[in-house]
Design a protein around this ligand. Structure first.
Ligand SMILES: [Zn+2]
Ligand SMILES: [Zn+2]
Length: 106
């Protein structure tokens, strides 16, 4: 009670995805565009911890061919700082991943 991070911390690590993750992340995440990267920050739709991801140029190309002129879909991983039981050494986050549609400003 009085804690703004409800069940966070008790979720075990699991590499899972769900359509609802993408919907929630699309609504919640802040997207900052830099010249060669995009920074995504918000709360993980699974574990509800703050997470920030950088998508760099190799993954995010604004000059992609005409097939997808104004939007980009990227897989985003939870990279929260919290501990999740059963997480393999060297990894971060709770294992959740989802697809985020990035609007590309010309
Ligand atoms: Zn977490
Ligand atoms: Zn998470």
């Amino acid at each position: 009670m009085g804690d703004d991070e409800p069940v966070a911390g008790v979720l075990p690590y699991a590499e899972v995805t769900d359509e609802a993750y993408a919907v929630r992340a699309a609504a919640d995440f802040t997207v900052r565009q830099f010249e060669f990267a995009v920074q995504l920050s918000g709360r993980c739709p699974r574990c509800d911890h703050p997470t920030t991801s950088m998508l760099v140029d190799a993954l995010y190309r604004r000059d992609s061919p005409a097939a997808v002129p104004d939007a980009d879909y990227r897989t985003v991983l939870c990279e929260c700082e919290a501990d999740h039981p059963a997480r393999p050494a060297g990894l971060r986050g709770c294992g959740a991943h989802w697809t985020l549609r990035l609007e590309v400003e010309a």
